[in-house]
Design a protein around this ligand. Structure first.
Ligand code: NI
Ligand code: MN
Length: 229
């Protein structure tokens, strides 16, 4: 599979069969993302929670790509279906299989609202995704989260991801130190930091994170760099 960081928490993952999965498509207003909405051609869009820096340009991208399926929590899926968008609602532990990829929603400790709406509507529980490619490589995208013990007992010991993508920015999520503890509990082969340096409030040095991670390899991709696994 191929992985490309689009800045902040946005990632594009492409399966061996070419299935294009876009996670947290914060494109237009993302200061770290040089792409435009019209550059995005996903088959699947995964949304971890309702906040604007994750829900992002989902509606416009889904309308530009009418065959795309959005996978989100139940509440976000209802919101999208009412706008005529093809959406599947999952809850913790549940999964869907699309072609050669299995997408499972797991827990995150955070909040979830449509903060871009004037009355800040409730947007279900925040989540994370475990994406299994071709019954082989498992990629865990943590969404926005604090540290929690089921990173060890559920995500690490039951689901055993090969690659874990973790937020390190502080303020809205874990910081470097907590994310390094998360890396030791999840114990993947590779950890990738996200949700940092896109805004001044979440400025972090990913090399400092790398120094704190001792149990696995830390990969710090550049934005738009293609990483192949
Ligand atoms: Ni958030
Ligand atoms: Mn966020």
């Amino acid at each position: 599979m191929k992985l490309k960081w689009l800045g902040h928490s946005a990632f594009e993952l492409i399966s061996k069969n070419g299935l294009n999965i876009l996670i947290d498509p914060f494109i237009q207003a993302n200061p770290a993302c040089p792409l435009k909405i019209c550059d995005m051609h996903p088959d699947v869009i995964c949304i971890t929670h309702g906040h604007a820096d994750h829900f992002g340009d989902t509606i416009e991208i889904a309308r530009n790509n009418p065959n795309a399926i959005v996978i989100a929590n139940y509440e976000i899926s209802i919101y999208l279906q009412r706008k005529g968008i093809n959406a599947i609602g999952l809850n913790y532990g549940a999964y869907v299989k699309i072609e050669d990829v299995e997408i499972r929603m797991l827990e995150a400790k955070h909040s979830s609202t449509f903060d871009f709406e004037i009355d800040t509507k409730y947007a279900g529980n925040p989540g994370s995704f475990l994406i299994t490619f071709d019954n082989d490589i498992k990629v865990f995208h943590a969404g926005d989260t604090g540290l929690f013990s089921d990173m060890k007992f559920v995500i690490g010991e039951v689901y055993r991801p090969d690659i874990a993508i973790l937020p390190i920015g502080n303020i809205f999520t874990m910081d470097l130190k907590e994310a390094s503890i998360a890396a030791s509990w999840i114990n993947p082969k590779i950890v990738i930091p996200m949700h940092y340096n896109s805004f001044p409030s979440i400025a972090q040095n990913p090399e400092e994170f790398k120094k704190l991670v001792t149990n696995c390899q830390t990969l710090i991709p550049n934005v738009l760099e293609t990483c192949e696994f």
